[in-house]
Design a protein around this ligand. Structure first.
Ligand code: 4AD
Ligand code: MG
Length: 437
């Protein structure tokens, strides 16, 4: 294919190339038309001189935003360009001259942009965010693949809840049967970890979250590693390594996109060398209560509660690096957590809170190994035992201490990008009030 990509132009200075893409923007001044051409790899300015070819000039002048065009020209260095080059146009082929593209450079409201998400993803900023997501996903896969983990995908239709019954999406599943969209692959990971030692799943999960926050989607992507012969500290060690690996990759591979997003990268750079603090839930509660005493928190947090977004933000602001909070009250956690031997009211779980108010990006812990305990938990959590018999088998045949976690791709990406809302970190977000496009 006779095509050069914009991100390769620097290797073609002085040569004639052909670029295939769409018109991002244009302006003309007397004898010149400046076409901003985008091709997915970047944006380059293409200059058309009236004096060179009048017909081509008129053609270029008539093009609407997002017209699909093939441009031929000579690559010239240009110090004013952010990519260091521009194109002197010698040829132009118009596949479609588009008119009245709905998203113009003026300001649009978020709802409008979300309704036009299928087009909005072409814009510079959205393109940059989704490229960061790509790198987060790629880095995550590389990390596990290169550290002895086997990818074992888990089902999306499941017979029972994993993360509590209040956020389940129910679907009809033949002959009056019900299935639920998976909330997490963890229970199945526990089975695959007993086969491979270390395994991970990576796919979409579903939560019927009625909360309209900037951190919640109803469909999101989660990577979940699980390790046999592992305990709570191993979860924190692995989570810390993963986050550092992803951060380094993003800093390295997505410099230009982070610049488009005007991301202050100093915080990301700092965490790659930092030791992530680990604090007990008790200690986190003390921090929050001190915050209230100092007038920095609106409510006085009570021991036993789950952290809300303001609590997570406050805790994370006390540290320069992501912080693990561990040993939560079992009552606020899912049924499967192993308990602390000395204080059985505590679950051996750990959440990683990202800096800058991005909240929990990793949640995980050590899994209970006792059948008797799990049977009691199923009853207490109102879960149907018959759907969990296979899960109890894992405690019948070669039961070992095991642990793992889940990292939400969208929250991690939002933090890397420094953007406000997770809805921009997935190509087509699904939320409480959004099922289109
Ligand atoms: O803390 P969660 O619910 O943990 C689990 O599902 C465990 N079973 C994982 C495991 O141990 N294998 O979710 C894990 C992560 C959170 O830390 C967060 O990053 C993300 O998933 N997450 C969400 N992201 C976007 N929208 C939502 N509604 C999310 N809920 C959780
Ligand atoms: Mg959690």
């Amino acid at each position: 294919m006779n095509q050069t990509y914009i991100n390769e132009l620097k290797d073609h200075i002085g040569r004639e190339v052909t670029l295939k893409g769409w018109l991002y923007n244009s302006r003309s001044s007397g004898k010149l038309v400046f076409l901003q051409l985008r091709d997915g790899t970047g944006i380059v300015q293409c200059v058309v001189f009236k004096g060179n070819n009048e017909e081509l000039f008129e053609n270029a002048k008539s093009l609407g935003q997002e017209s699909s065009i093939i441009v031929t020209g000579t690559v010239k260095t240009d110090d004013r360009s952010s990519i260091g080059v521009e194109l002197d146009v010698t040829g132009l082929e118009v596949l479609q001259n588009a008119s009245e593209y709905p998203i113009t450079p003026k300001e649009h409201g978020t709802e409008f942009l979300m309704d036009n998400r299928h087009l909005w993803i072409r814009s510079k900023k959205q393109n940059a965010v989704l490229k960061v997501r790509h790198t987060v996903v790629k880095a995550t896969r590389d990390f596990f693949d290169d550290n002895g983990f086997i990818l074992a995908d888990t089902p999306i239709f499941t017979p029972a809840a994993c993360e509590g019954t209040t956020t389940l999406f129910e679907v009809d599943y033949f002959d009056d049967d019900k299935a639920y969209l998976t909330q997490s692959g963890q229970l199945y990971n526990e089975a695959t970890a007993a086969s491979f030692g270390r395994s991970y799943c990576f796919g979409p999960v579903f939560r019927a979250e009625k909360s309209k926050t900037r951190r919640h989607l109803t469909e999101f992507w989660m990577v979940e590693p699980e390790m046999a012969y592992a305990q709570l500290p191993d979860v924190m060690d692995l989570g810390e390594k993963l986050i550092k690996f992803i951060t380094e990759r993003v800093l390295n591979d997505r410099k230009e996109d982070l610049a488009v997003l005007e991301r202050d990268v100093s915080i990301l750079q700092a965490i790659t060398a930092a030791k992530f603090p680990r604090i007990h839930y008790d200690e986190a509660v003390k921090l929050l209560q001190k915050g209230f005493a100092k007038g920095e928190m609106d409510n006085n947090f009570e021991w036993g509660g789950d952290f809300g977004a303001p609590d997570e933000t406050y805790i994370s602001k006390q540290f320069d690096a992501p912080v693990f909070v561990h040993h939560f009250p079992a009552i606020i956690k899912a049924f499967y957590f192993e308990r602390d031997a000395e204080r059985p009211e505590l679950a051996l779980g750990a959440d990683l809170l990202a800096p800058e108010g991005y909240g929990e990006i990793i949640g995980g812990g050590e899994r209970a190994t006792s059948i008797e305990f799990l049977e009691k938990q199923l009853i207490e959590h109102n879960l149907p035992k018959e759907s969990f018999e296979w899960y109890l088998d894992l405690r019948r045949y070669g039961s070992v201490p095991h642990a793992g976690f889940g990292m939400g791709v969208e929250r991690a990406t939002a933090w890397m990008c420094g953007i406000e809302h997770v809805r921009e970190t997935i190509p087509f977000p699904r939320m409480l009030n959004r099922l289109k496009p």
